[in-house]
Design a protein around this ligand. Sequence first.
Ligand code: G3I
Length: 346
Amino acid sequence: QVDIPSLADTFKNDFAIGAAIEPDQLNGLSADLMKKQINMLVAENVMKPASIQPAEGQFNWEQADRIVAFAKANNMAVRFHTLVWHSQVPDWFFKDVDGKPMTDETDPKKREANKRLLLDRLDAHVRAIVGRYKDDITYWDVVNEVIEPADPDGMRSSNWYKITGTDYIATSFRAAREAGGPRIKLYINDYGTDDPKKRDRLYDLVKEMLGKGVPIDGVGHQTHISVYNPSVTNIVDSMKKFRELGLDNQITELDMSVYNWNDRTDYGAAVPEDILQKQAQRYRELFEALKSNAGLVSAVVFWGIADDHTWLSTFPVTRTEAPLLFDKQLHAKPAFWAIVDPSYKV
Ligand code: G3I
């Protein structure tokens, strides 16, 4: 892994290259690989609400600080993931003054008071975190996964939405901008943005928010894809649509499962060579499309650095997975060569 090309160098005139990691990966071979290959770092879990503010007013900065310090020491940018989410968020946010779930309240006056309380807690959460990291972290996932086409209005029926409508989105972006100033870039992040139905709902929401003066700078496209789908055309078309609104795009959680999404097969000992080749072809196709559409994305972040650590090895079932560019021994895979070396045959 020492004598191979660097992804960050290869794409230095196109976009940043990042990876999401846990703090315990900041040592040894993973750390060496990251120093060589990437110039942007993301916390896979330790900056989420449940990790960073587990109880009201009680902040756990230690793990997040480690990531920021490593990035600084190695000249890497940081993407913050994520100020707001429906998952990995502690219950205390949604309890009323008597400790009762706000969603159980039926009295309209008390519902209004609960909404105010929740928005105040959110505002304080955002200001505390942005205030601490505004000089070290440029890119911020402000809200994550707020769209769900199957839910009423196409908005995910999270506690946030049930209690505040879309006000939680406006509040978080406004608080982030006020606390961080114009230098920090604020993103709305989601998965499945290649799907036209979901993309269009997200587009309408973003347009509505921009119309109200809500400071959204860009769209984060998670891009958890597989060797089988979706098409690169759909991925790119979605980003073009947001670009037309004057927004930046970032690919925020890229990985490519070696299985079909609904399939529960397990390759066991080894992923077949032809599947790894197919993966290489798809990665090449995607990166060529991104490169040829100059300015379409400002960053491409992988959801992990190597196949030794990936959420897909336990989700949707526990099985052998290989979604990234480096294998379990941290050696470059065909997909890596397909991206960095145009003469590599796939
Ligand atoms: O920290 C606890 C540990 O104390 C406990 O012993 C262990 C036992 O299960 O769980 C640990 O927490 C796990 C946590 O990751 C940290 O490892 C949770 O169970 C596990 O559910 C959690 O999974 C994370 C998942 O988000 C949560 O929804 C994955 O690592 C993380 O990769 C994944 O990331 C998400 C993005 O934030 C948003 N987009 C989708 C992406 C993939 O699901």
